[in-house]
Design a protein around this ligand. Structure first.
Ligand code: ADP
Ligand code: MG
Length: 255
């Protein structure tokens, strides 16, 4: 990565997300166990781990798409509670991109991007459209604005999903396997968009199997297994010198 870009990817000592002793159950199934995690502003964290280890559940707890039952989660100093006000505040700071894009099929690309700013943020329509075009340009598909999601490739749809999130001006972005549903030739265009975001200093938590991305962009890789954070380290150490047996097994299977 270019040196100029690297220097922008600074990590501050300001806490963006603080998770303490967090536990979650689905019914009687103890899905997340004693999660402790502090994320500093500007961090790019990759979350890795086998299927079913709780990666999606963890990031869904951070913006309250899932409830946790024990321990605490704070985002920018706002503690997540059942108070709807807090949840709205946290959701407006935290953008999320899913594996399956989740665009509204009956709305144009532009409308997908302006819907929440207009209805949630009360941004005037014209201004919302300008902001949307700004971010569609940033993800390199301004020319698709009038089309519907079904007319776009998977890679383009995922870039729309990223632009749509950015239109809400989040300070933190969560990605849940954003490239897993894409054909190989489209993975790069989405990863390139994510790299750019990282270079601009966005705080990012990315669940991904793209270990090249982890090496290039992450400052920290977190490995989860059976609902626990088993190991975490900077990418170099994580890949070259894994400590935990479960991490070693996982890496031997995917690398
Ligand atoms: P990952 O993203 O690492 O694959 P998930 O967080 O999706 O893992 O799931 C962790 C575990 O919780 C899995 O065993 C999964 O089957 C279970 N699980 C996920 N969502 C639900 C749900 N809504 N209800 C019950 N069990 C669930
Ligand atoms: Mg998942």
């Amino acid at each position: 990565m270019a040196e100029a870009a690297q220097t922008q990817m600074e990590i501050s000592n300001e806490v963006a997300i603080q998770i303490e002793n967090m536990n979650k159950w689905y019914g009687t199934f103890h899905v997340l166990r004693d999660i402790d995690l502090t994320v500093y502003r500007g961090e790019r964290i990759v979350i890795a781990g086998p299927s079913g280890s709780g990666k999606s559940t963890l990031i869904r707890c951070i913006n309250a798409l899932e409830e946790h039952q024990k321990g605490s989660i704070s985002v920018d100093g706002t503690r997540l509670s059942s108070d709807v006000k807090n949840i709205d505040r946290i959701r407006s700071e935290v953008g999320m991109v899913f594996q399956h894009f989740n665009l509204f099929p009956h709305l144009t690309i532009l409308e997908n991007c302006t819907l929440a700013p207009i209805w949630v943020r009360k941004t005037p329509k014209k201004e919302a459209e300008e902001i949307a075009m700004h971010f569609l340009t940033k993800v390199k598909i301004p020319d698709q604005a009038k089309k519907y999601p079904g007319q776009l490739s998977g890679g383009q749809q995922q870039r729309v999903a990223i632009a749509r999130s950015l239109c809400m001006r989040p300070r933190i972005m969560l990605f849940d396997e954003p490239t897993s549903a894409l054909d190989p030739e489209m993975i790069k265009e989405v990863l390139d968009t994510m790299v750019e975001l990282a270079e601009e200093g966005m705080t990012m938590l990315c669940v991904t199997h793209e270990m090249g991305f982890a090496r290039q962009v992450a400052n920290r890789v977190i490995f989860m297994d059976a609902g626990q954070i088993v190991e975490q380290n900077e990418p170099e150490e994580f890949f070259n010198n894994p400590q935990n047996e479960r991490t070693k097994l996982f890496l031997s299977q995917i690398l």
